[in-house]
Design a protein around this ligand. Sequence first.
Ligand code: GLN
Length: 491
Amino acid sequence: MSLFRQTAHELHGLLMKKEISSYELVQSIYERIDQVEEKIHAFTFQIEKDQALARAREVDARITRGERLPSLAGIPMALKDNMCTKGIPTTCSSKILDRFVPPYDATVARKLREADSILVGKLNMDEFAMGSSTENSAFFPTKNPWNLDCVPGGSSGGAAAAVAADEVIFSLGSDTGGSIRQPASFCGVVGLKPTYGSVSRYGLIAYASSLDQIGPVTKDVTDCAWVLNGIAGYDGKDSTSAEVAVPDYRECLTGEVRGMKIGIPKEYFGEGLQAEVKNAVLDAVHKLADLGAEVEEVSLPHTEYALPAYYLVASAEASSNLARYDGVRYGHRAREMQDIVSMFKRTRDEGFGAEVKRRIMLGTYALSSGYYDAYYLKALKVRTLVKQDFDRAFEKFDVLISPTAPTVAFQCGEKANDPLAMYLSDVCTIPINLAGIPAISLPCGFSHGLPVGLQMMGKAFGEEAILRAAFAYEQSAGSNNLKPNLSGEVA
Ligand code: GLN
């Protein structure tokens, strides 16, 4: 099998046994990128091949010397383009940050570099992570490898599509309201949004700071645990980072779920859910019950208020976070303006896309005097109610299961002019961000040739429970050997 097809944990074994070299692996990845990238458009920036190969050679030399290397050493990966990378352009897929080159690394980028992973590029996204289809990128849309007429989901569409198309072995995305899980679901890969505070946000360009989290996008659950091991942990540079001990997440991959209590929140199976998505998810639940899990229905009564509350909180925080783009400190600046106020205005008008402007206006309105109590404060109260629903559920259950998204990937352009329809595609993922808890999306079947995603949610810092259940399901479902058929490829 071609090297680019394999998982990080398989490749690690081959590297350590010296059956392959990182040099060959990186070669294979660049060949793959050459073969399929013109169809997928996952990358906003690619590292020069020679540079990546030089890094691979260093790793190989250390393996030859018999050094014990970290699990992700020599493995090619890429980062969503909202994570700062020293000396490498970081654009948030926005014109306003075009040509911005950060002088420092995000903590996750530093950790992966120190773990000797090999960065091959930066990945396309909805501008400033606002969107659900990657069509809001200011540069170009990314395509779904399973069907090039469909969106890959968003906002981490590049991160999910690159992994699904085997252009990288794994990637990192960010998730504010579903942006790791929904594209993972649409592209048939595994995506995890960790507990708020468990992965450092230092160097992640802020969208909505109280909701944003970085997490892994991988080919299987084992890789997800491996990558999470590589990026989780306290960071003094992020004031919201939690001082909680990080377990070895690989240890919960036992395949054992006997006695585990699984709740099925009924509000997630209502209106708007495609029948085949529902059936695929319920089939997966039956499999877990056959394996010995105890399954029961549960109610999270405030679910319907999560979406409107999210769009107020997220937009409010975005309007504040994005105020820094004024043409003075970063990226784009409008030229030849008479005075500074017109320079600010024109810079933002030229630099931000329509969706970003919509969020800034909505957020500024929600925070303005006279409306603050009616909108922003009310949304915060709803957020607490949503969190309390989960707190109650997790007194009884270890894991909750729902679809990741109500539908499979939709057609390009289908929702581009209907923001509300677009917002609804995150209805199952948003409550998790409001509550700050972890959730994973993993493939659980197909509908009309497109992957269906299953979401498992856990209590805060309960990543082990969801990884355990996800791994057991993945094992029982049989390894998903199905790959998108990108014609002209070698198997
Ligand atoms: N689609 C949601 C939004 O546009 C979520 C985005 C995200 O998770 N970054 O806000």
